[in-house]
Ligand binder design. Structure first.
Ligand code: FBP
Length: 548
C-alpha cells in the first residue's frame, strides 16, 4: 500500500454533498421532447431510436427509495480531469443503494478496455482508496475511438459475459458522441445495454443550456490560477521579466479566460476573439509588443501574458490551412502512409493550394510538423505540444528590437515561459468538483434505474448550494450537429466556444486595458479544502457570471 499524505488521509473522510432529489426516494419528471441543436433532419436519420427523447428531472418523492438489480460498467475516456474518481464513487454508491448485490466493473485504460475485454471489478475496498482523490488511475484512461460496429460487437461480448446491462462513459465531446452512437446501436439491435454519458473535460467546452459545466474545469483553473498568481507576485517583486504562460484547453479559451478573471494579468489572448477579428499572427504580436512598449515607457519592464493552448488554430489563415490539411490527409491516406518519413512534409506541401503552402512553409518546422503529422486518434491537432508561448515571446522580442532601431521603443525585454497543463489535470478535486462529480455519478445510477439510454447525466443550478442542485438527464442527441471529420460529415456534439457577447468575456473586456497598463495582479493562492465557505466552496467566476 502506498504512503498517503496528511491531506489525502483527511480528505478521504470528506462526504460529498448531493442534490436534495438524490438523497432518498425520487420520481422522474419528463420535460418536453428535444431536438438537436442543428441539422435536425440529418441527426434524426442517424439516430432513429434515440432522437427526440425528452428532458428528465428527478424530484424528491414519498415512499421507499427505488430498487433495481443491475450490473454496470464504467469507462474513463480522454484526458484526465479532477473528480473522475468521485464520479465512479457516486455511481458505485448509487448502484449499491439500488441493490447491494449490484456489481460495478471498470474497463481498463479507456474505451480500448471494453473492446479488448480488459476489466476489473470495483469493490468497496478499491473505491474507498480513491474517494475525493485526483487522477484517473483507479482504472486508467485512453483515447481509443469507439466508432466501428466490430468494436461495439466485441464490447457486447464482454458485457454479456459479465451480465452488464448499463455502461457509463465519462468523457468529453468526442467520447460522449461515441457514447451516443453506442447507445443507438445497442438499442437498434436490442442488446439490452443502456449507455449513459458524464460530462468531463478541464477544457470547459462541453456545456450548453442544460449542462452548466464539465467537471474538472473548476479545479484545474484554480490550480492554474494559483500558479499564475505566484508567478505574478514573483514578476512584481523582481520587475525584470515578461512571463508568457500557455494554458491548457485544446480548442476553446475558457480556461484562459477564467484564469484571467481570477488573476488579472497584463495581457490575455482569447482564441475566439482572434478569429472574430480576423487577426494574423503579426497582429497578435504587435498587440503584445505595444503593451510591452507602453509599460516600458513608464519604467515597467515586466508583466504577464496568458496564451490559450488552442490559439494557433483560431488564427483564420492557419485555420484554413488546417482544414485543407485535413482534406488532403483524408483523401490521400493510403498513398501518404507509404511516403518515407523524411518526405512526408514535402508530399503534403505539394498537395496544398499555393496560399496554404506558403503559410505552411512560413511556420517554424516544429509547428508545421505538429499541424500535419502528429494528430491524436480523433484527428485533433495536439496543441499541447506546440510551444506557442515561446513562439510569441520570440516574435515580440524581434518586433521590439526593430522598434528600438527605429527609435520607437526604449526598454528592457527579458522573458520566461511556462505551460500550465498537466499539472492541473489530476489535482485533488476542489469541494465543488468533489460534490459535482459525486452527484453526476450517483445521478447516472438513477438514470440507469429509470431504464434510460442515450442520456447524459445532468446536474444544474450549480451556483446555488449543492442541496438545491437539480438532477436529471439530457438526451445526448440534443447536443449534436453535423461537422466535417476526416473529410466526411459526421454527427458530433457541438463544442462550446467562448462567446464574445457572453458575461465572462464582457467582464474581462471591460477591464483589460487597465490590467495591461497598470499592475492589477490578484493572487488566488492554493485550493482550500477545509475552512470558511467563501474560501472553499466558490464555483468559477465563469459559472457565476454566466448564471448571474
Ligand atoms: P479531453 O478533451 O479529452 O478532456 O482532453 C483535454 C486535454 O487536457 C486538452 O486540454 C489537451 O490539449 C489534451 O487533453 C492533451 O492530450 P494528451 O493528454 O493526450 O496529451
Amino acid at each position: 500500500m502506498s504512503t498517503k499524505s496528511a491531506l489525502q488521509i483527511a480528505r478521504a473522510a470528506y462526504q460529498p454533498k448531493l442534490p436534495q432529489a438524490l438523497r432518498g426516494a425520487l420520481k422522474t419528471v419528463e420535460g418536453a421532447p428535444t431536438q438537436s441543436v442543428a441539422d435536425q433532419e440529418e441527426v434524426k436519420k442517424l439516430f432513429p431510436n434515440t432522437y427526440g427523447m425528452p428532458y428528465l428531472k428527478f424530484e424528491p418523492a414519498d415512499g421507499a427509495p427505488a430498487k433495481k438489480s443491475i450490473n454496470a460498467g464504467v469507462i474513463l475516456s480522454g484526458g484526465q480531469a479532477p473528480g473522475g474518481h468521485n464520479v465512479i464513487a457516486g455511481l458505485f454508491d448509487g448502484l449499491k443503494k439500488l441493490d447491494p448485490a449490484n456489481k460495478l466493473y471498470g474497463f481498463i485504460l479507456g474505451p480500448g478496455g471494453l473492446v479488448d475485454h480488459n476489466y476489473m471489478e470495483l469493490t468497496a475496498d478499491i473505491i474507498d482508496e480513491y474517494r475525493n482523490t485526483g487522477g484517473f488511475d483507479i482504472i486508467g484512461s485512453g483515447r481509443t475511438k469507439l466508432e466501428k460496429k466490430d468494436q461495439f460487437d466485441k464490447g457486447l461480448e464482454i458485457l454479456k459475459e459479465l451480465d452488464i446491462k448499463a455502461l457509463v462513459i465519462i468523457g468529453g465531446d468526442d467520447s460522449n458522441t461515441n457514447a451516443c452512437v453506442l447507445a443507438e446501436y445497442y438499442k437498434a439491435i436490442g442488446a439490452g445495454v443502456q449507455v449513459i454519458g458524464c460530462p468531463k473535460t478541464i477544457d470547459g467546452d462541453l456545456k450548453n443550456s442544460e449542462i452548466e459545466t464539465s467537471f474538472g474545469f473548476d479545479t484545474a483553473t484554480k490550480v492554474y490560477s494559483e500558479i499564475i498568481g505566484n508567478i505574478e507576485r514573483d514578476c512584481n517583486s523582481a520587475r525584470k521579466y515578461w512571463h508568457f504562460i500557455k494554458l491548457m484547453g485544446r480548442s476553446a479559451s475558457h480556461v484562459t479566460l477564467e484564469c484571467a478573471l481570477q488573476t488579472q494579468p497584463n495581457i490575455t489572448l482569447i482564441g475566439e476573439e482572434v478569429e472574430a477579428k480576423n487577426q494574423t499572427l503579426d497582429d497578435i504580436v504587435t498587440y503584445i509588443a505595444q503593451a510591452v512598449a507602453d509599460r516600458a515607457s513608464r519604467g515597467l519592464n515586466f508583466g504577464t501574458v496568458l496564451v490559450p493552448e488552442g490559439l494557433i488554430e483560431f488564427i483564420p489563415a492557419i485555420k484554413k490551412l488546417i482544414a485543407e490539411l485535413n482534406d488532403v490527409l483524408a483523401a490521400n491516406q493510403a498513398e501518404f502512409d507509404n511516403v518515407a518519413a523524411d518526405q512526408k512534409i514535402q508530399y503534403i506541401v505539394g498537395k496544398l493550394s499555393a496560399a496554404n503552402a506558403a503559410i505552411f512553409k512560413s511556420l517554424p518546422e516544429s509547428v508545421s510538423r505538429q499541424l500535419a503529422l502528429e494528430r491524436d486518434p480523433h484527428g485533433n491537432v495536439q496543441v499541447s505540444l506546440i510551444e506557442t508561448e515561446q513562439l510569441l515571446a520570440d516574435m515580440v522580442g524581434a518586433k521590439l528590437a526593430a522598434w528600438k532601431k527605429e527609435g520607437k521603443y526604449q526598454g528592457k525585454y527579458a522573458t520566461q515561459h511556462h505551460f500550465c497543463g498537466y499539472e492541473g489535470r489530476c489535482a485533488a478535486p476542489s469541494n465543488f468538483d468533489a460534490d459535482y462529480c459525486y452527484s453526476l455519478g450517483y445521478n447516472a445510477s438513477m438514470l440507469i434505474a429509470a431504464g434510460k439510454t442515450g442520456y447524459m447525466s445532468s446536474i444544474k443550478n450549480t451556483v446555488a448550494p449543492a442541496d438545491q442542485w437539480i438532477a436529471g438527464g439530457i438526451p445526448i442527441t440534443m447536443m449534436m450537429n453535423m461537422e466535417k471529420r476526416n473529410g466526411e460529415m459526421k454527427p458530433v456534439i457541438r463544442k462550446a466556444l467562448v462567446e464574445l457577447d457572453g458575461a465572462p468575456f464582457k467582464e474581462f473586456a471591460k477591464h483589460r486595458d487597465e490590467w495591461a497598463r497598470e499592475t492589477c495582479f490578484v493572487y488566488p493562492g492554493p485550493i482550500q479544502y477545509f475552512g470558511p465557505t467563501e474560501v472553499c466552496d466558490q464555483p468559477t467566476k465563469t459559472l457565476k457570471l454566466e448564471h448571474k
